[in-house]
Design a protein around this ligand. Structure first.
Ligand SMILES: [Zn+2]
Ligand SMILES: [Zn+2]
Length: 226
């Protein structure tokens, strides 16, 4: 896509095709079904007035995962175009879904939390032109009035992962997660941001790295669970 096309091509609603926004107000109300009920990310059953069942805590490094909406319809299309279609301008639309979802939970103890995007490798970033999670994290930090922290990086690609056992995959992913020196993670609450949660292995690897650096709480905030 040429520069002129990028600048002048009007945004069309992903739901109804109406020009103006990528998601018009009408479609946002009628086509995005926000998850009002919190689901425990370990057993995927409903959990009330908290994020995770006490008995499920032993299986995860995350204190909770907030999933904005269902991975279907306009959301699925938008996430896909945001990730693979180079449509960086979708960040505010998807970011808004994250902000609304986080506020719906009214998380106790998240004041002063830092917002951290799930990192991508330098190769992928170069290929795509941006890290989609970082753009979303910027929106979330701005919208919630929290500090954005980019100190989590990923060192190795995933190309060697095929054929390895699940446990070997998890171990190497954790080893790939690195925290920059010069930021005090100790006692911090962290909100990890990504577009979609799939197996959860990447989020767990990031959470483990943050916990080892002393983070007190690590939450994840994603648009949908694929
Ligand atoms: Zn629409
Ligand atoms: Zn559970």
């Amino acid at each position: 896509m040429g520069l002129a096309t990028k600048i002048f091509f009007p945004a069309l609603c992903f739901g109804c095709g109406f020009p103006g926004d990528y998601l018009c107000q009408r479609c946002k109300r009628s086509r995005v079904g926000f998850n009002f009920q919190q689901e425990c990310h370990v057993c995927r059953k409903a959990v009330f007035s908290k994020f995770i069942h006490n008995e499920c805590r032993q299986y995860t490094y995350l204190d909770g995962v907030v999933v904005g909406t269902q991975f279907q319809g306009v959301i699925k299309q938008m996430v896909h175009d945001f990730k693979y279609g180079g449509v960086a301008r979708l960040a505010p639309v998807l970011g808004d879904i994250l902000i609304v979802s986080w506020r719906l939970r009214s998380v106790a103890g998240s004041e002063g939390a830092v917002v951290v995007p799930i990192p991508t490798t330098a190769f992928r970033r170069k290929w795509r032109g941006y890290n989609q999670a970082e753009l979303l994290a910027q929106e979330v930090a701005r919208g919630l009035g929290l500090h954005l922290q980019l100190g989590l990086t990923k060192q190795h690609g995933m190309q060697t992962q095929v054929g390895k056992s699940r446990s070997a995959r998890l171990a190497s992913q954790w080893q790939g997660m690195q925290l920059a020196a010069g930021f005090e993670w100790k006692g911090r609450s962290v909100i990890l941001v990504d577009d979609v949660m799939t197996t959860g292995a990447t989020l767990e690897a990031a959470a483990k790295a943050l916990r080892m650096a002393g983070a007190a709480r690590v939450y994840a905030l994603v648009c949908a669970r694929g």
